[in-house]
Every structure is written in structure tokens, then in C-alpha cells.
Design a protein. Structure first.
Length: 93
């Protein structure tokens, strides 16, 4: 049930910072300039009314992305209190 519903809504957008690739830049730059959504159907921006974000990465990247998301009106959530974005904390030091 969940898989079918998620498949219709989920968008995996791979990005890289160094290697040549169609989305090659810092994720924060692409979030701010709209490059993250180049070639993706739908709105070319993040919207807390329709989008959810899950982040896993370095503390610096998570801090910078969280600041951008909060500026856009997103609220950080947790297992106890779901919201607009979550941070995978298992690998964060």
C-alpha cells in the first residue's frame, strides 16, 4: 500500500559536487537557484505544503540545508513529531 502511493509521489534527484554530472554543484546552491529541479516535473522549488525532505550527510551540509529549508517555511520533525523535514542522525557525529 505505502509503496504504491510513495512511488507516485517520490522523486529521487541524484546530485554530485565534483564529478561531471547533470546536477553538479553544492546542494545548497542548487536549492537556492532552482537548479536542483532542472528537468523534474512539477514546481521548480521546494514547498512545505507539498514537499518533504530527508537529509543524510555532513554536519555542515545538514546545517546549511536546514537553514535554507527553515527560511522557506519548513519545520524540522522527528519520529515523535513529524513535520516537513528530518535529519538522519545515525551517522552524524
Amino acid at each position: 500500500l505505502v509503496e504504491e502511493e510513495a512511488a507516485a509521489k517520490f522523486r529521487y534527484i541524484p546530485t554530485v559536487t565534483r564529478e561531471p554530472f547533470e546536477r553538479q554543484a553544492r546542494i545548497t546552491t542548487m536549492m537556492e537557484d532552482g537548479g536542483l529541479f532542472a528537468g523534474v516535473d512539477g514546481e521548480p522549488k521546494l514547498d512545505p505544503a507539498t514537499d518533504r525532505v530527508m537529509m543524510c550527510g555532513s554536519m555542515d551540509m545538514i546545517r546549511d540545508c536546514s537553514a535554507i529549508l527553515e527560511k522557506l517555511g519548513f519545520e524540522e520533525g522527528s519520529n515523535a513529531k513529524p513535520a516537513d523535514f528530518v535529519i538522519e542522525k545515525a551517522f552524524v557525529g
